[in-house]
Write a protein that binds this ligand. Structure first.
Ligand code: 2BA
Length: 109
């Protein structure tokens, strides 16, 4: 058995949970936030048999979109003329960041 840990944009989280549930796959949604953009995102925990991992990946790929975000880097705090030179930077986010872990034990009490 595997534990798929997938970080997605909030916008895709509801559709992803729905598609997983439709396929009979259990998931848990956790509110999280990215260390770089410091914005909210969603982390889903999906316990899945080895045989169904490919199906989980397919659902994630079909559901989560890549989007671009414009961020304005913090200006350097020198007080010099370079302070006004910080221009918006494009960052591509998502569709999904996936980690797959081996599950040693899985029980429900
Ligand atoms: P954030 O950390 O907020 O990152 C959002 C996006 O900013 C990233 O998209 C990437 O395009 C960019 N980015 C991140 N760190 C960067 C840096 N040091 N320099 C330049 N650009 C940077 P994604 O790669 O699609 O990641 C989306 C979210 O997935 C991340 O949000 C974070 O919450 C999570 N994530 C990505 N890689 C991870 C990792 N190795 N470990 C843990 N979480 C990760």
């Amino acid at each position: 058995m595997k534990l798929a840990l997938v970080i997605v944009q909030d916008t895709d989280a509801a559709a992803l949970s729905k598609e997983l549930a439709k396929a009979g796959l259990a998931s848990t949604r956790l509110a999280s936030s990215g260390g770089f953009l410091r914005e909210g995102n969603t982390t889903l925990l999906i316990g899945v048999t080895d045989e169904r991992l490919t199906e989980v990946k397919r659902i994630i790929k079909n559901t989560c979109q890549t989007r671009s975000r414009l961020i304005t880097p913090s200006p350097p705090l020198t007080g010099g003329p370079e302070d006004i030179l910080s221009s918006p930077m494009e960052v591509r986010v998502g569709g999904a960041t996936l980690f797959v872990l081996d599950v040693v034990d899985f029980e429900k009490f």
